[in-house]
Design a protein around this ligand. Structure first.
Ligand SMILES: [Zn+2]
Ligand SMILES: [Zn+2]
Length: 321
């Protein structure tokens, strides 16, 4: 039995995709993170990084002769977190089952937004014409998503869960325009917190600090340099209130939560590899076990190591192909 819990980054860029020579090192695809917990696969956000991931999952399913069952979580429904979904290969497979959750006022809101993204005027294939079996539901902070022996379901916060359950808790953050869901994904005593598209507060986001306490890995927005954020970077306006953090803000949250590792995420699309690397160095001064996410970065929570996996070659191939 597969006992591993692994994170893999397929897209780490914020706002819009940025191909080109200046973004080779960290990659240009928008937000998408894969988490494997034993035999279960969970996907965070559907930026363009989900496109090569989808090809890989479809290949995996064909070679293992096993239909896909996937859990997908949207942090929120801004373009850079949904734009890859219409090109996600498993969504077109008749034997694939997708359990899709995200924010929304009523249980139907998420489905409605995804339908609008693929309306006849804007995309050739409607959501309903994608052949996979899809269970799409908006969820709230008071709910918990569970994947265990009984399958994927939504329960109340107080329900007792088995050791084997993959558990996702939600915190609704108000630190991004329109709000954003921060997810805490736990399995067999390990946990990952995914806090993208969130802006730091003076004195830190104390709700986030409490929610992320003792996580093994904290994935945190770090879109801007301090100078950019304050409007002191030539050619860039101030970005206070845009709903994104600096590497300093991310490092301070990591240090306060006593998280195992910090991964900087949602890199500004205007930043070159050198500028992202500079962000990483700033975070390391506050929290030494920090690094900036790049396409192909894999973290094994059971061995707790950062490492460039063998998959990286395939990511490059998928990007070029
Ligand atoms: Zn975003
Ligand atoms: Zn956003």
């Amino acid at each position: 039995m597969n006992e591993e819990m692994k994170i893999k980054f397929w897209g780490a860029r914020g706002s819009y995709p940025t191909p080109g020579a200046g973004t080779i090192q960290y990659g240009g695809n928008t937000a998408c993170v894969e988490i494997n917990a034993g035999h279960r696969t969970l996907i965070l956000d559907a930026g363009t990084g989900i496109i090569p991931l989808g090809r890989e999952l479809a290949r995996r399913s064909a070679s293992e002769k096993r239909p896909l069952e996937l859990l997908m979580l949207f942090s929120h429904l801004h373009h850079d977190h949904t734009q890859g979904f219409p090109f996600f290969a498993p969504a077109y497979l008749p034997n694939a089952r997708l359990h899709i959750f995200g924010p929304g006022g009523t249980p139907e809101t998420l489905k409605h937004i995804l339908e609008l993204n693929q309306s006849a005027e804007t995309f050739p294939v409607s959501l309903n014409d994608m052949a996979s079996l899809k269970n799409i539901q908006s969820v709230h902070e008071s709910q918990v998503i569970v994947w265990d022996e009984e399958g994927v379901r939504v329960v109340g916060a107080g329900v007792r869960l088995s050791e084997e359950a993959l558990v996702i808790r939600i915190q609704k953050s108000y630190a991004h325009p329109g709000g954003v869901h921060i997810h805490r994904i736990s399995w067999r005593g390990k946990s990952v917190v995914y806090a993208t598209d969130t802006e730091g507060y003076v004195g830190m986001d104390r709700r986030l600090v409490a929610f992320a306490r003792n996580a093994d890995v904290l994935i945190h927005d770090a879109q801007y340099s301090e100078e950019h954020y304050r409007g002191q970077l030539a050619g860039f306006p101030a970005t206070q209130g845009y709903g994104h953090s600096t590497a300093t803000m991310a490092g301070e949250v990591a240090a306060s939560t006593e998280t195992g590792k910090l991964v900087l995420f949602h890199h500004d699309p205007a930043y070159s590899d050198e500028m992202v690397a500079a962000q990483e160095n700033i975070a390391k001064e506050i929290f030494p076990d920090s690094r900036a996410a790049y396409e192909g970065l894999e973290i094994n929570l059971m061995s707790s190591s950062f490492g460039r996996g063998v998959m990286e070659r395939e990511v490059q191939y998928a990007k070029n192909g």
